[in-house]
Design a protein around this ligand. Structure first.
Ligand SMILES: Cc1cc2nc3c(=O)[nH]c(=O)nc-3n(C[C@H](O)[C@H](O)[C@H](O)COP(=O)(O)OP(=O)(O)OC[C@H]3O[C@@H](n4cnc5c(N)ncnc54)[C@H](O)[C@@H]3O)c2cc1C
Length: 480
């Protein structure tokens, strides 16, 4: 391998061009730093853009339209006989969206003078990064940011084969609709992709080890979603532990234990969606003195995202916290601003999360259970979408908005929206948490009519503690 004699010097070298790395690169460049971003994939955007958020939402939106055209258009008085699935076109549309966004990131790099280096990177210690690939290079950096993300975790007795036993990456691109798809794992990725193939015609069985799906979500709201998924035809088995697998004659048979009984399931495809593990191996972390959490393999960082090696930072799926694209981006911006002396930070208490099933489940802040566990008195206000004029016009009335508040101060602690366009409706709730708003603040905010957002206002009104609100108006403002 030939490496150029003099290493190129940068203020910041970033390993990984996912939503953590590329957003950090752009922010750092805008703040005046000389930045290089290395990725082993030429298609910029990481997991999110190439095999995660974007292609999964493209398939969810297309499959939803197919389902609606087949099953619901008639209710609007639109007769469309002979609706047919053109899966190659659907997959091509998904690829076109991904490509246009890849090109968008490349354009932003160029415009902001971020140097993209294609190759596999690892740390050499003392501010040096080695890049291996077509054009090997050594980069010298005042600061290094690790943003190498995560990859699907396999089960030991059920390794991926890329064809019958697959990860989310392959399940985004099946070239034929599986007859029977088993999804091992009732988390958001499994439920989203299970929904896609169910709408396109597969029999879908979900096997979840825990007693409920989506255990991190508000229990009441997650249970309502569970019931809707079952109504849509997903066969969901909770408290079911898959223990062994056998592949024969084009089929996979899974052995499992469900409530003390042995059960088995046979399918032509199995999606293993049991979590993701950080890409922290082969990065030269030991050489550089970067410590990992023993159990998870995640990089240990300080409050400013600095690792145990001074000058080396880490963000995104590689460190603790929920594996979400916007969390990675927020952390990337915070590191860039910290390096520029601007004291960037991330407010994890106002970090939204969305499950893009139908209905969508979007949440921010504490669940009702978490709020009660804090020992404070809580209030809960709800508004079902069945009461929303706009939801009725859309023929999409499933779900509700649930607002959890502190009964004493009326402060909004959490908002959980299950319903149409919940992902977009949640923005108001995120802002409310960011500004430490009360339920009264949301209830008194004028919501346009008829709109889905009225349900957010009504749920807040239901949670609003009127008496303390009057007291509060004459009290000094709460310290922020
Ligand atoms: C199917 C699916 C759906 C998802 N949907 C959502 C969603 O709707 N919303 C959401 O918020 N999140 C979603 N996610 C999660 C989201 O994709 C991740 O949280 C996010 O991409 C993490 O960003 P990151 O920058 O930390 O890492 P990544 O996006 O994983 O990027 C890491 C980059 O580092 C590169 N890299 C790794 N090692 C090296 C090396 N040694 N040298 C050079 N380059 C390297 C990789 O090639 C990759 O490009 C989804 C994930 C999946 C799989």
């Amino acid at each position: 391998m030939r490496v150029s004699a003099m290493p190129d010097h940068y203020d910041l070298v970033i390993l990984g061009a996912g939503p953590g790395g590329y957003v950090a690169a752009l922010r750092a460049a805008q703040l005046g730093m000389k930045v290089a971003c290395v990725d082993k994939d030429r298609n910029l955007g990481g997991t999110c853009l190439n095999v995660g958020c974007i292609p999964s939402k493209a398939m969810l939106d297309s499959s939803e339209l197919y389902y609606l055209a087949k099953n619901r258009f008639g209710r609007h008085g639109i007769q469309v006989g002979g609706v047919e699935l053109d899966l190659p076109r659907m997959l091509a549309r998904k690829a076109e969206i991904v490509k246009s966004l890849n090109d968008g990131v490349a354009f932003l790099f160029k415009r902001n003078k971020v140097t993209f280096v294609h190759g596999t990177a690892r740390l050499l210690g003392k501010g040096m990064v080695r890049v291996e690939g077509e054009r090997p290079a050594e980069l010298e950096a005042a600061a290094i940011l690790l943003a190498t993300g995560s990859e699907p975790a396999a089960l030991p007795f059920l390794p991926f084969d890329g064809n019958q036993v697959v990860s989310s990456t392959e399940a985004l691109s099946f070239t034929r609709v599986p007859e029977h798809l088993i999804v091992v794992g009732g988390g958001y990725i499994g439920l989203e992709l299970g929904s896609v193939w169910r709408r396109l015609g597969s029999k879908v069985t979900v096997l979840e080890f825990l007693p409920k799906i989506l255990p991190a979500n508000d229990a009441e709201v997650a249970l309502i979603l569970h019931k809707h998924l079952v109504k849509q035809g997903l066969d969901v088995h909770t408290s079911t532990k898959v223990t062994a697998a056998d592949r024969k004659g084009g089929k996979v048979t899974l052995q499992a234990e469900k409530e003390g009984k042995k059960v088995s399931f046979e399918a032509d495809k199995v999606l293993v969606s049991v979590g993701r593990r950080p890409c922290s191996a082969n990065l030269g972390l030991e050489t550089a003195g970067v410590r990992l959490e023993e159990r998870t393999g995640k990089v240990v960082v300080s409050g400013t995202f600095e690792t145990t090696a001074p000058g080396v930072y880490a963000i995104g799926d590689l460190i603790a916290g929920p594996m979400l694209a916007h969390k990675a981006s927020e952390e990337g911006i915070a590191v860039a601003e910290h390096l520029a002396g601007k004291g960037g930070h991330v407010n994890y208490a106002a970090l939204p999360s969305v499950i893009y099933t139908h209905p969508e489940l979007a949440a921010v802040g504490l669940t009702e259970e978490q709020a009660r566990e804090t020992g404070r008195a809580c209030k809960v206000g709800k508004c079902p979408f069945a009461a929303s004029g706009r939801a009725k016009c859309l023929d999409d009335t499933e779900g509700l908005v649930k607002v959890v508040t502190d009964a004493e101060t009326d402060r909004v602690l959490g908002v959980h929206i299950l319903g149409p366009r919940a992902s977009d409706l949640l923005a108001e709730a995120v802002l409310a948490l960011e500004f430490r708003a009360t339920a009264e603040d949301i209830a008194r905010t004028c919501h346009s009519h008829p709109s889905l957002s009225e349900a957010v206002g009504e749920a807040a009104r239901a949670a609003w503690s009127v008496a303390p609100a009057v007291v509060r108006r004459f009290s000094p403002p709460e310290k922020r």
